[in-house]
Design a protein around this ligand. Structure first.
Ligand SMILES: [Zn+2]
Length: 97
């Protein structure tokens, strides 16, 4: 069985697209925010939210909130720091197969 796959190296990711799934007024917001991966750290400052509908982009946990954008930026930095030891590749299967 052959299976076509799209393979994307972590280092090949250059842009991030955030699609807001907020639904504050009974209809989906759908705002799209695009920015370079290199600007991920601090892009939303300390209060990540949709610039259109203000939907918060944070995860509430016991004792506070988690900024997933900040966590992703830290993770990307960590993998960049071990780029001579390992690389991450995302594999997207071709749905046609
Ligand atoms: Zn929104």
């Amino acid at each position: 069985m052959s299976e076509e796959m799209l393979k994307i190296l972590l280092s090949e990711l250059k842009m991030i697209r955030v699609r807001c799934l907020g639904n504050r007024d009974g209809s989906p917001c759908g705002a799209v925010i695009e920015f370079p991966v290199a600007k991920l750290k601090g892009f939303f400052s300390s209060d990540p939210k949709c610039p259109s509908c203000k939907e918060p982009f944070v995860l509430g946990i016991a004792g506070g909130v988690v900024d997933p954008f900040d966590q992703l930026a830290r993770t990307l930095d960590a993998f960049a720091g071990i780029r001579t030891q390992a690389e991450i590749e995302f594999i997207i299967p071709n749905k046609g197969n």
